[in-house]
Structure formats: structure tokens, C-alpha cells
Design a protein around this ligand. Structure first.
Ligand SMILES: [Fe+2]
Length: 124
């Protein structure tokens, strides 16, 4: 899994050379259910040694399917340009990931890949 990321907010290149368009929601109140169910929901957990970002998939309680045919393949995170890791999921695994954050930058970027509908991003 590549951690290459572009910062024009439009595309990123994955490790297999595939360039994925990055989808994100500008206005949650105007978002469709299709957009809501693909977008990472981010929770910032304050700990004794820093923050943890907990990512689940789907906003407003709209869960993404997790089946062989249609599933979230992975979630990855960046602290600015620094990769925080990638968590891969099988078709029967619940796509939940936690990333420890040093907060070297003020921009945490979390991306999730749907095997059918591409790359979805949220920032905190
Ligand atoms: Fe999907």
C-alpha cells in the first residue's frame, strides 16, 4: 500500500499505480446517502500521551455494506504529509481503524477505499 498523497485534493496514486479521484463532502447537510455512507466519520479521542483518531465509515448513521461484492478495503491516515498507517479489511470485517496522532501538523487526513466506489476522504 502506497502512502503517496497529493495535496491538490483531487487525486492520489495508490501503490498499484492506480490514480484515484478523491471524493469528499463539502456540505454534510447537502450530501446524498451515497456520499454519507462512504465518508469516514472521525472521532478525536484525547489520551494521556496524545490523541487517537477513530475512523468508522458512514456519516449520520448510514453504514457502508461490507460484503464480498461491495466493501471498504482499507482505511489510511496522514498527519499532514506524514503517514500514520493503513488498516486493511476483509469483506466480513467491520471497517474501524484507530490512528495515534502526534499532531505535528494541524491537518489529519483519513481516506477509505470502497472496492466499487473509489476513494473517500475526511479531514479533522
Ligand atoms: Fe461503496
Amino acid at each position: 500500500m502506497s502512502d503517496t498523497i497529493s495535496f491538490d485534493n483531487t487525486v492520489t496514486e495508490l501503490n498499484d499505480g492506480v490514480v484515484e479521484e478523491i471524493h469528499s463532502i463539502e456540505d454534510i447537510d447537502a450530501a446524498s446517502d451515497f456520499e454519507l455512507k462512504h465518508t469516514p466519520a472521525l472521532e478525536v479521542i484525547e489520551g494521556a500521551h496524545g490523541q487517537t483518531i477513530k475512523a468508522t465509515i458512514g456519516l449520520k448513521g448510514i453504514a457502508h455494506p461490507q460484503t464480498e461484492e461491495h466493501h471498504i478495503a482499507w482505511i489510511r491516515a496522514f498527519d499532514g504529509a506524514e503517514p500514520l498507517g493503513t488498516v486493511n479489511f476483509g469483506p466480513t470485517e467491520t471497517p474501524v481503524a484507530e490512528f495515534e496522532v502526534k499532531r505535528a501538523s494541524n491537518q489529519i487526513i483519513v481516506q477509505a477505499l470502497c472496492n466499487l466506489h473509489g476513494l473517500w476522504e475526511a479531514r479533522v
